[in-house]
Design a protein around this ligand. Sequence first.
Ligand SMILES: [Zn+2]
Length: 270
Amino acid sequence: MPELPEVESFSQAIGREFAGKKIRKVKFHRADLRFPFDQPTLLKIFAPGATFLFPCRIAKQLVLRTDQGMVAVSLGMSGSFLPSSYPKRLLHEHVTVLFDDDTALGFVDPRRFGFWKPIQSYDEVSVAADPLQVESLLKVFESRSFRHSQRSIKDALMDQALIGGLGNIYALECLFRVGVFPLRKCNRVKKAEYAHLAEIIPPMLLQAIDAGGSTVSTYRRLHGDAGGFQELHLVYDREDAPCLKSHCKGIIKRVAQSGRSSWWCPRCQK
Ligand SMILES: [Zn+2]
């Protein structure tokens, strides 16, 4: 998984090799990665004749710059930049920026968890923790805004300014797995429980991503709603069902929390 040093070295290498060149065109070889490409805006940023400027790095995102605009690129799980030999494509090359000297820069991402987001200012680059990275989660859990907070752990986990991309389902699922009641306040969660959360969130999300992929392909084949997602839910939407932890005889309960439902096992989540 690309970490900050890899992002920085991509930024430097791309700058050294391509900064100052004129763009001939940009090609998107699919409609989306983690999110759909905003193609109208991206085509303006990489318009024919635009000058490619030295990129920069903010946290773990790479900001590609031209004299027409900027785009924040997340490498996700497996993204990388490579010199491309357009019109020949590298394996998993999803974007190609072609320059007027016939060189080309390719964005390759086999797992497609990266994204390209046009931005107007550097402030728009999210510095929220990446929930796919243990270190990133530990850092946010150790911050004052988390440790000393009076709000519930579930609400804090879902705060997109702190952690990018954890929603109701997976906040509840991870709290179930570590035995923490969703309404418990952040300042009452123990250090070991935070460490446990940081350890289990990334693999849980990866499992969900893989299941989501199969759900989508099943859906396309069958035009029905049969997917793998539900099988991963140990607590979400399981009111009155028996707790799935071995040796726990609890029955899952539901409670309204911040306008949404929370499910938990009263016996194993304190
Ligand atoms: Zn239980």
